[in-house]
Write a protein that binds this ligand. Structure first.
Ligand code: IVH
Length: 666
């Protein structure tokens, strides 16, 4: 490669890596695997080594990415948060072992640990109390996410038994498979974009602005690194065992190894065994155990010389991309799906793979007829992570993304903040129509058991239903001529539709399928606006005053009700006798807080939900965001600094729990 070629490739790589950094660290939505990413950085590194004049100070080979989010207060790390060098082969590991031996000799032991696939965190404890939880950020400073981290059950807020006065403990926050599946199921119900894997879901959750939402996501944590001036032991292993006594969650799958061969045994064992764990791991971390020897080995700009990560290779296969289908979801989101020449991968035959969105197709330059690399990593659905361009036909053409809905022909739209294209023809596009009806009848919505997905398709095909309101016009006689519907099942269908007229208003609101309005959001709305008329009449500001409702949800509600077809459907459902008003449930105690609005932030002696209930029982209103019209910020321990700053700026009075009780008891 001559200098000019190197320069061009270098510039290309910088752009590509920068985009992937943004996908990974800022959007929490990587489109290539870690392995692919490392290959790009390694290629750049090799060019920079050959032509040092091409290396820039901010080259990705010289720094680690940043997850900094401007909405959090930033904290400088007392000890930089380094990352680890990655290896993918036994030979690389043998080289690491040789480098270590060269510096500290042969008298040492390793500790092997699993590499948890989540988001790293540093916890600072003083006098046994959790003071701060900070993300890695750029390694020098990270985001203060303490309020969110406090919601993770197994992170002790207070520890026990002879702990050092001041220390930091670092580890990984992750989302167990069960929580991840539940979260994505809920997001399917509300029409939100699904998280591609538990790691992305964790990254997205840690950066949420509302810690009660974080609590619901059931994150978990393992800690793996203790730092401080007065640690109890001289080895990493013993310090972690001590931390177990203080109450920290430390993985049991940690092992001392006396030789690199024992390390290989650990790796080989866990390469298969890890698949049985209820959370994702993506490798093994190998650390020199003795702290003095760690110090002797020292660190490079990015990572310690005393530790390395061995990454498990995601199972891959190469096969031909035959064609691309475009699926239209209930909310109109378009998902490209690859049809592949069937290939064996991790014990199953793979025929289809997710392509996520247009951007991913473009970045990888995937073309029909290409030999593509399919990978089954942490995700349940296999994905295409690259193209073997050496097999590409000379006449192949760049992939042209569709511009119109494959189902109804409507021109597709793409909002700036969304990775996916959308078909806006919500009431005229087959999968959207059927998808909406399926959502409407589902168990958590109207629970119309007599109907199933196949029957919905059948009724739609026979022109008997075209929207959710049509269900209530169905007659038994119309069902009987249809294949597979006998007298008894026709009666069941009509009866369960009839019964659904009694379903409470908050479930009806969830069932009608307003984008982003899930079960809980619907309940929150109904607590404040107890009839559909009030919701339809509410403007954006009024909606934003409701607990847990942000701009995106508010706008979606307004869009839904301003659509004339939706208005007609609501009118018909109303005439059919569905509940569009909530029955009064919250017992009124007084009107002391009438006309007052509260933002409740932090932790209190009583649970936060309890305080919110008291506010409502006394005629007050709970709102999630502070505005000039908010009456009080009810601020507890560890209340969000941003909320306090905003309250001060807008002259909103800040009160604590005692002052609140005084107002109530006056
Ligand atoms: S030790 C200086 N141990 O992997 C060494 N890291 O690519 C500090 N990770 O940033 C890290 N499991 O987020 C260590 N058992 C483990 C780990 C682990 C996961 C993550 C961590 C780190 C990244 C490095």
């Amino acid at each position: 490669m001559n200098f000019n070629d190197a320069k061009i490739r270098c510039e290309d790589l910088l752009k590509i890596i920068e985009q992937h950094n943004k996908n990974y660290y800022v959007d929490a939505n990587p489109v290539i695997s870690d392995f692919e990413y490392d290959l790009l950085v390694m290629e750049l590194d090799a060019i920079e080594k050959k032509f040092p004049q091409l290396q820039t100070l901010d080259s990705p080979t010289q720094r680690i990415g940043s997850d900094i989010n401007n909405e959090f207060v930033q904290i400088r790390h007392k000890y930089p948060m380094l990352s680890l060098g990655n290896t993918y082969s036994e030979n690389d590991l043998k080289d690491f072992d040789q480098r270590v031996r060269k510096i500290i000799g042969d008298n040492f032991e390793y500790v092997c640990e699993l590499k948890f696939d989540g988001v790293s965190i540093s916890l600072i404890y003083k006098n046994g109390i959790l003071q701060q939880a900070v993300t890695r950020g750029d390694g020098e400073k990270g985001d203060d996410v303490t309020t969110n981290i406090r919601t993770i059950r197994n992170i002790p807020l207070k520890i026990h038994n002879n702990f050092p006065e001041e220390f930091e403990i670092r580890g990984e926050i992750f989302m167990p498979h069960s929580s991840f599946e539940r979260l994505n199921k809920e997001r399917t119900d509300t029409g939100e974009t699904l998280f591609a894997n538990p790691r992305n879901a964790t990254a997205g959750t840690i950066k949420l602005q509302n810690s009660s939402q974080v609590a619901k996501r059931e994150l978990d944590c393992f800690l793996y690194y203790l730092l401080g001036e007065t640690l109890p032991h001289t080895t990493h292993y013993d310090n972690l065992q001590e931390a177990v006594k203080w109450g920290f969650p430390i993985s049991e799958n940690i092992k001392k190894c006396q030789s690199i061969n024992e390390v290989f045994e650990y790796i080989n064992y866990w390469d298969t065994e890890r698949k049985k764990l209820p959370y994702d791991t993506d490798g093994v971390v190998i650390k020199v155990n003795n702290l003095e020897q760690q110090e002797e080995l020292g660190v490079t700009a990015k990572s310690p010389r005393w530790a390395i990560a061995y990454k498990f290779k995601a199972e891959q296969a190469v096969t031909e991309l035959l064609s691309v289908d475009f699926q239209v979801g209930r909310t109109g989101a378009i998902t490209p799906v690859a049809n592949l020449n069937p290939v064996q991968l991790a014990g199953t035959t793979v025929k289809r793979a997710s392509l996520h969105n247009q951007e991913q197709i473009n970045i990888l330059d995937i073309r029909i007829g290409d030999m593509v690399i399919v990978e089954k990593g942490g995700e349940i659905i296999p994905k295409i992570v690259g193209v073997d361009k050496s097999h590409r036909n000379s006449d192949s053409k760049p992939f042209e993304y569709i511009t119109h809905c494959p189902e109804c022909g409507t021109k597709l739209e793409r909002e700036e903040s969304e990775a996916k294209h959308f078909c806006s023809n919500e009431n005229g596009c087959h999968p959207q129509i059927v998808g909406k009806i399926e959502h409407f009848i589902s168990r958590k919505a109207m629970a119309i058991d007599g109907l199933g997905i196949e029957t919905i398709e059948l009724l739609y095909k026979n022109n008997l239903i075209n929207n959710i309101a049509d269900l209530y016009d169905l007659k038994k006689e119309q069902l009987l001529p249809l294949e597979r519907i006998a007298e008894k099942s026709a009666e069941n269908i009509i009866k369960s539709i009839d019964d659904s007229r009694n379903i409470e208003f908050s479930r009806v609101l969830f069932a009608i399928g307003i984008r982003f309005v899930g079960e809980t959001t619907a309940k929150k709305i109904v607590e404040v606006l107890n009839s559909v008329d009030k919701i339809m009449a509410a403007n954006e500001d009024e909606l934003l005053q409701i607990d847990e409702i942000g701009e995106r949800i508010a706008q979606s509600i307004i869009n839904y009700f301003s659509n004339q077809k939706n208005q007609e459907i609501i009118q018909r459902l109303r005439r059919a006798g569905l509940q569009f008003e909530a029955k009064e449930t919250n017992e009124k105690i007084s009107d002391k807080l009438k006309g007052m609005s509260f933002v409740v932030s932090g932790t209190f002696t009583s649970p936060r939900e309890e305080l919110k209930k008291i506010i409502e029982q006394h005629g007050g209103k709970n709102v999630s965001a502070i505005s000039a019209s908010t009456t009080y910020l009810l601020s507890g321990e560890k209340s969000g600094q941003m909320k306090i700053d905003k309250a001060n700026k807008l002259n909103v009075k800040i009160i604590d729990e005692n002052q609140f009780n005084e107002i109530i008891n006056k």
